[in-house]
Ligand binder design. Structure first.
Ligand code: KG4
Ligand code: ZN
Length: 352
């Protein structure tokens, strides 16, 4: 990261703006001096990418260029703030699509220069993790955090001082990727996760059995590629008519195999870490079946659960502003030659 440390004493609390352009959502959010969310504006590009069945990087960058100014101005307007009220800017530096990230990073740097205020680059992952505390700033530490999105399926132990240690991660596809690829095989529309979620409500998860990969020896890692192959083989063995007749049961069974592994492994990690709290964040945490199972299980095991509201699950800038606020408070500032990092994995509070 191209951040430099300055004494924390130079930081005077005030409103900050978060900007997120790592993939296919242009988002901006203003936080008040106390960290509460004043606005959370998201311009989705789903309509741009839908006919291609996935995100087209060049189109994503162009759509960010067209929207980033308007979305940021709207976030300020909804918050009742003027540009000159801002005391800092946080922007997603990576991981994500290089061209898309560059739009946000360059816009944030230009704003910071024009307003003469600090800017900080934030890891998108760090942002998702911070989303667990947006609604409930008092959610306890230590806790286990499951980050489940289109690019990540990572389990962390977050210690009492806020540092994250990686417990396990996917060895192949991320859970969101498994949803998206499964949806594509089933002929559903992009984005696949919400489409499977909706269709699965009309199906029976027990009619068609799918494999669940738990891996050996209490591993906290995940693997979803076998599940996708199993769906492919089942579809190849059916004719068009039986595919249509069974599509809801296929979606329900496929979804159940993903979410049951996520739930089992998250609670196993909580048990083995000794923590009494679990936070589940990222786009897949919007899944209605996953949310229901997590809530049921947390109640039966008397564990505290943080499941952010849906607007904080999928990509948003409130989470980036929240993670950036922590960084600014500890004295981190980026220099104006900050670059985007498409494969950035950690940042100021993530460690190996
Ligand atoms: O966090 P996110 O918005 O972007 C990334 O950082 O990747 O996550 C996007 C992923 C996609 O794979 C999308 O299909 C999945 O989250 N997703 C869902 C649901 N809503 C979004 N997966 C399952 N059920 C949902 N309701
Ligand atoms: Zn994300």
């Amino acid at each position: 990261m191209t951040s430099i440390e300055q004494p924390a004493s130079t930081w005077i609390p005030g409103p900050i703006l978060g900007i997120e352009t790592s993939c296919d959502e242009t988002a901006a959010s203003a936080l008040a001096a106390d960290g509460s969310v004043l606005s959370n504006v998201i311009a989705s590009q789903h309509d741009v990418h839908r006919r291609f069945g996935g995100v087209v990087p060049e189109l994503a960058s162009r759509a960010h260029v067209e929207s980033v100014e308007r979305v940021s101005a709207t976030a300020l307007e909804q918050a009742g703030l003027a540009w000159t009220d801002l005391v800092g800017i946080a922007v997603t530096q990576g991981p994500g699509l290089a061209g898309a990230l560059l739009v946000g990073v360059n816009y944030a740097k230009a704003l910071a220069y024009a307003l003469n205020i600090p800017v900080v680059g934030v890891s998108h992952l760090e942002g998702h993790i911070a989303s667990a505390w947006l609604k409930d700033p008092a959610f306890p530490l230590p806790c286990v955090v499951l980050v489940v999105s289109g690019g990540h399926t990572h389990l962390y132990y977050k210690n009492p001082s806020g540092h994250c240690r990686l417990l396990g991660a996917t060895r192949d596809d991320a859970a969101g990727e498994a949803f998206d690829k499964g949806a594509q095989l089933l002929g559903l529309e992009f984005p696949g996760g919400p489409a499977i979620d909706r269709l699965a409500r009309q199906g029976n998860p027990d009619t068609i059995a799918f494999p669940r990969s738990y891996l050996k020896n209490g591993s906290h890692d995940f693997s979803f590629s076998g599940l996708k192959t199993s769906l492919l083989y089942k579809l190849q063995a059916m004719d068009d008519q039986s595919r249509m007749a069974n599509v809801a049961d296929l979606a329900a069974g496929y979804q159940e195999a993903i979410v049951s592994v996520l739930v089992e492994k998250s609670f196993a990690a909580v048990r083995s870490s000794g923590a009494r709290a679990l936070a589940v964040v990222g786009g897949v945490s919007a899944n209605s079946r996953l949310r229901a199972l997590l809530q049921e299980r947390a109640t039966s095991e008397s564990l505290q659960l943080s499941l952010p509201p849906l607007s904080y699950c999928t990509d948003n800038a409130a989470m980036i502003a929240a993670a950036g606020r922590q960084a600014l408070r500890t004295g981190l500032r980026a220099s104006l030659d900050m670059d985007a990092h498409a494969s950035l994995s950690g940042s100021f509070s993530l460690s190996g």
